[in-house]
Design a protein around this ligand. Structure first.
Ligand code: ATP
Ligand code: MG
Length: 266
């Protein structure tokens, strides 16, 4: 077997962007949210995670993003186990990732421009003039230049999402994690946000993991879909494979049916 990341006879075998090996997460020593999850996401791939509320989608994303360490198992980012390497190496790897949190996690006391500038100031070590130019470019890229000097609670929900996306992209991440990027948005704004996410992903050939329960948007965005349910991660495949899934939980969920295994009392 060829070790990932090693070259053999001139061929370079790249590690997957993200790899989870037997990952489990137990809260407070008793609530098992995820059990023995295995997943590989290749560089440049777009994976969409779906699943009923409260089953562990956000937890999964936080484990990938290095925010929550798993109770057991390994999280490899570009081949490196982020919970075993030195903190300097870990910071280096985590900087390659950007995240949009479910509730945006914007700083309320900072303007839109300052929200985007914040991670740049912390990490990039570039001067204020350069930061200001980049901030303008990001505001332009997500089409909210007019929100520059407004605070998060002075802009609409859709604009807050765009701002969250801009901040997640501020460090030009190779891997981008979006938690419910269209939550609470109208269907047209949702569609535009997903198109924006796809355009930005394509420009950078970044790896993307996004959570959504809006199946139309999931199909619009995904190369592959996976569902979190009953502590498992079911890889359902591309749009056609997902629609034809024989798993009764997937079948019920993607059609939003009231009757089925997901709504039966235990
Ligand atoms: N820090 C935490 N401490 C204890 N329990 C937690 C913590 N974070 C999440 N949980 C629990 O883990 C489970 C999964 O939560 P998670 O937020 O991942 O759900 P979700 O699938 O993202 O749901 P939704 O679709 O509503 O966003 C829930 O039971 C939640 O209460
Ligand atoms: Mg969630």
């Amino acid at each position: 077997m060829i070790a990932p990341g090693k070259s053999i006879k001139g061929w370079y075998v790249a590690s997957p962007a993200i790899e989870l090996i037997n990952v489990s997460l137990v809260f407070n020593g008793r609530e098992t949210v995820l059990e023995n999850i295995n997943l590989k996401v290749e560089t440049g791939e777009k994976l969409v995670v779906i699943g009923p509320s409260g089953e562990g989608k956000s937890v999964l994303l936080k484990i990938i993003g290095g925010i929550l360490p798993p109770t057991s198992g390994e999280v490899l980012i570009q081949g490196q186990n982020i919970n075993k390497i030195s903190s300097t190496q870990r910071d280096k790897i985590l900087r390659k990732m950007g995240m949009l949190f479910q509730k945006n996690a914007l700083f309320d006391s900072l303007t839109s421009a300052e929200n985007i500038a914040f991670p740049m100031r912390e990490v990039l070590g570039i001067d204020e003039k350069e930061i200001a130019i980049k901030v303008d470019q990001f505001l332009e890229a997500v089409a909210i230049p007019h929100a520059k000097n407004l605070y998060p609670d002075e802009i609409s929900g859709g604009m807050q999402k765009r701002l969250g996306i801009a901040r997640a992209l501020a460090l030009n991440p190779e891997i981008i994690l979006y938690d419910d990027p269209t939550a609470g948005l109208d269907p047209i704004t949702s569609r535009m946000i997903i198109q924006l996410i796809k355009d930005l992903q394509k420009q950078r050939n970044s790896t993307l993991v996004a959570i959504t329960n809006d199946m139309m948007r999931a199909y619009q965005m995904a190369d592959r879909i996976a569902m979190v349910v009953d502590r498992e991660l079911i890889i359902t495949g591309n749009e056609t494979q997902t629609k034809n899934s024989k798993d009764p939980r997937v079948h019920q969920f993607i059609r939003g049916q009231l009757e089925g295994p997901l709504t039966e009392s235990p």
